[in-house]
Design a protein around this ligand. Structure first.
Ligand code: FAD
Ligand code: 2HG
Ligand code: ZN
Length: 466
C-alpha cells in the first residue's frame, strides 16, 4: 500500500478515502465512456482545509491530483490516466451555500454544489442564476467554473466567466488563496480568478465561488421554428435581437438528423410539426413583467414576412414548453444511446457559420458515405456541436475515418478564425489538436502560467497543455 494512504486517512477520516475498485469505479470513467483510467485513491474532503491538506500531502509524496466535480465533462478532463498513480480529489462533499446577498445580488457557494441547487436557491430568494446546461442536475459549481461552461442562456448572460465575481482556490502547494470578493469593481492588478476559470483543474482546486444573481424572469415565451437552411438561423438572429431586445435569452439550432436521434431515443419526445424539415430553431424570451408572448409572436410574424420561417409552434403552457426543450436538451443523451459518435464543439464567427455548414457537410459525406451529421448547438453564440454519428450499422467505418474527418472540420474552423473548443474545454480529447491550432506564442504563454503556478506539474497532469 502507498504510504500516502494511511496519512490521508488519519488526516481526513476513513470515509473520505476510497480505494476499493467497486467504490472508485464511478470516478475513474467519464460520462461519455470514452475515457477510463485508474486511481491510487478517491479522496473526498468535506471542507477547504481538507482539500488543502490533501493537496499538500499529495505534493509532499509527489502524487498528482485530478480534481473532479459532477464528472459530466465531455473531454476526459476529470478522470485519471491508466497508471493508477494519481489521486482523484472529488469535491462532492463540499455542498454548502455559504451565503446569499439580495442587495448585492450574489450567492457564495462551495465547489461541490450542484448547478440546479444554485438555481433553486436563487429562485427561492426571488432571483435568477442564469447558467443553464443539459447536465445541470449533476454538474457542479467547481466544474462549471473550471470548464467556463456555456449552455443555452449565454446569448443573454454570458458564460460562467461572466458570472463569477470571486473564487477561493487551493493552490498546488496546498496554500489557500482567498479571492472570495463580491465586488463588481476591483482593479488591483492581475485578475487572478480569471486564470482559474477555464483552467480545467490544471492550476489549482476551486473550493468556493461568489456568483452573480439577476432579477427573476418568471414570464417566458418559447417556440420551435422550422427553417429551410442554417443560413436562415443566422439571418434571423439580428431580427430576433431587434424585435425582442434584452428579453431574448435562447436561440438554438437543430438539424433534422439531430431531431431524428432525439425522437428515436428519448422517451416522450414528439415532433410538433406535421411534416419534416431540414433545420429547426428553438427560441426563448424571458422577462420579469414584459408581455414576452406578444413580443415573440410579433418577432415570428416579422420573420415569416421576410421568408425566414417555414413554420412555427409556440408553447401554450409549461408542459408544452418542457416538451419543446426536451427536443434540445435530450440530444447529448440521444446521441450517446445511439452508439459511437465523434464530437466537435466548435465556434466560428456567426456570419461564417452557415457557409461552414454548407461547405463542410458535403466534403465529410464524400469522405465517408452514409455518415450522419448530427448538427445542433447554440447558434446565437456561433457555437455548433458539429457531431458525427456512424453510418447505420458501420461504427468501424467511423472509427477508421475519425481522424481525417476531424482534421477536415478543424481546418475549416481555423480558416474562418474559429475555435476548436467553444465551451467544453480541451481536457485529454483536444490537447493534441490545441498544439496544431494554437499559435506558438499562445502555447508558450500557457506553459509559462502552468510552470509559475504548478512547477511540480502535479495538478491534473496530461490535460489541456500539449
Ligand atoms: P467535471 O466533469 O467533474 O470536471 C470538468 C473539468 O473541471 C475537469 O478538468 C476537472 O478536473 C475540473 N474540475 C472539476 N471540479 C473542479 C474544481 N473544483 N476545481 C478545479 N478543477 C475542477 N457544457 C457546456 O459548456 N454547455 C452545455 O450546454 C453542456 N451540456 C451538457 C449536457 C450533457 C448531457 C452533459 C453530460 C454535459 C454537458 N456539458 C455542457 C459539459 C459539462 O456538463 C460541463 O463541462 C460542466 O461544466 C462540467 O461540470 P462537472 O462538475 O461535471 O465537472
Ligand atoms: C449541449 O449543448 C451540450 O447539448 C452537449 O454542450 C453537446 O454532447 C454534445 O456534443
Ligand atoms: Zn452545448
Amino acid at each position: 500500500m502507498h504510504s500516502l494512504l494511511p496519512t490521508l486517512r488519519r488526516t481526513l477520516g476513513d470515509d473520505a478515502v476510497l480505494t476499493d475498485a467497486a467504490d472508485t469505479a464511478g470516478y475513474v470513467t467519464d460520462w461519455t465512456g470514452a475515457f477510463a483510467g485508474a486511481a491510487l485513491a478517491v479522496v473526498r474532503p468535506a471542507d477547504t482545509a481538507g482539500v488543502a491538506d490533501t493537496v499538500r500531502l499529495c505534493a509532499q509524496a509527489g502524487v498528482a491530483v485530478v480534481p473532479q466535480g459532477g464528472n459530466t465533462g465531455l473531454v476526459g478532463g476529470a478522470v485519471p490516466d491508466g497508471s493508477g498513480g494519481d489521486v482523484v480529489l472529488s469535491l462532492e462533499r463540499m455542498r454548502r451555500v455559504r451565503g446569499l446577498d439580495p442587495v448585492g445580488d450574489t450567492i457564495t457557494v462551495e465547489a461541490g454544489v450542484v448547478l440546479r441547487a444554485v438555481q433553486e436557491r436563487a429562485e427561492a430568494a426571488g432571483r435568477l442564476f442564469p447558467l443553464s446546461l443539459g447536465s445541470e442536475g449533476s454538474c457542479t459549481v467547481g466544474g462549471t467554473v473550471s470548464t467556463n461552461a456555456g449552455g443555452t442562456a449565454v446569448l443573454r448572460y454570458g458564460m460562467m466567466r461572466e458570472l463569477v465575481l470571486g473564487l477561493e482556490v487551493v493552490l498546488p502547494d496546498g496554500r489557500v488563496w482567498d479571492g472570495l470578493r463580491a465586488l463588481r469593481k476591483d482593479n488591483t492588478g492581475y485578475d487572478l480568478k480569471q486564470l482559474f476559470i477555464g483552467a480545467e483543474g490544471t492550476l489549482g482546486i476551486v473550493t468556493a465561488a461568489v456568483l452573480r444573481l439577476f432579477p427573476a424572469t418568471p414570464r417566458r415565451a418559447t417556440a420551435l421554428v422550422a427553417l429551410a437552411s442554417a443560413d436562415a438561423a443566422t439571418e434571423l438572429l439580428p431580427l430576433l435581437r431587434q424585435e425582442c431586445g434584452g428579453t431574448l435569452t435562447t436561440w438554438e439550432l437543430l438539424g433534422r438528423q439531430a431531431m431524428e436521434l432525439v425522437l428515436t431515443h428519448v422517451p416522450g419526445a414528439r415532433d410538433p410539426f406535421d411534416s419534416t424539415h431540414e433545420w429547426y430553431g428553438l427560441v426563448e424570451l424571458a422577462a420579469g413583467s414584459d408581455d414576452v408572448g406578444e413580443r415573440l409572436e410579433a418577432a415570428l410574424h416579422a420573420a415569416a414576412a421576410q421568408g425566414l420561417l417555414l413554420d412555427a409552434v409556440i408553447a401554450g403552457n409549461p408542459a408544452q414548453r418542457t416538451s419543446l426543450w426536451t427536443l434540445r436538451e435530450g440530444l447529448a443523451e440521444a446521441q450517446k444511446l445511439d452508439g459511437l459518435s465523434v464530437k466537435h464543439d466548435i465556434t466560428v464567427p456567426i456570419s461564417s457559420l452557415a457557409g461552414f455548414v454548407a461547405e463542410v457537410g458535403p466534403r465529410l459525406r464524400a469522405l465517408l458515405p452514409g455518415l450522419r451529421l448530427v448538427t445542433y448547438g447554440h447558434v446565437g453564440d456561433g457555437n455548433l456541436h458539429y457531431n458525427l454519428s456512424a453510418p447505420v450499422g458501420d461504427e468501424a467505418a467511423l472509427r477508421a475515418a475519425a481522424g481525417e474527418l476531424t482534421g477536415l472540420i478543424y481546418d475549416a474552423v481555423a480558416e474562418r478564425g474559429g475555435s476548436i473548443s467553444a465551451e467544453h474545454g480541451l481536457g485529454v480529447l483536444k490537447r493534441g489538436a490545441a498544439a496544431t491550432y494554437k499559435s506558438e506564442v499562445e502555447l508558450d504563454l500557457m506553459r509559462a502560467v502552468k510552470r509559475a503556478l504548478d512547477p511540480g506539474a502535479l495538478m491534473n497532469p496530461g490535460k489541456v497543455l500539449p
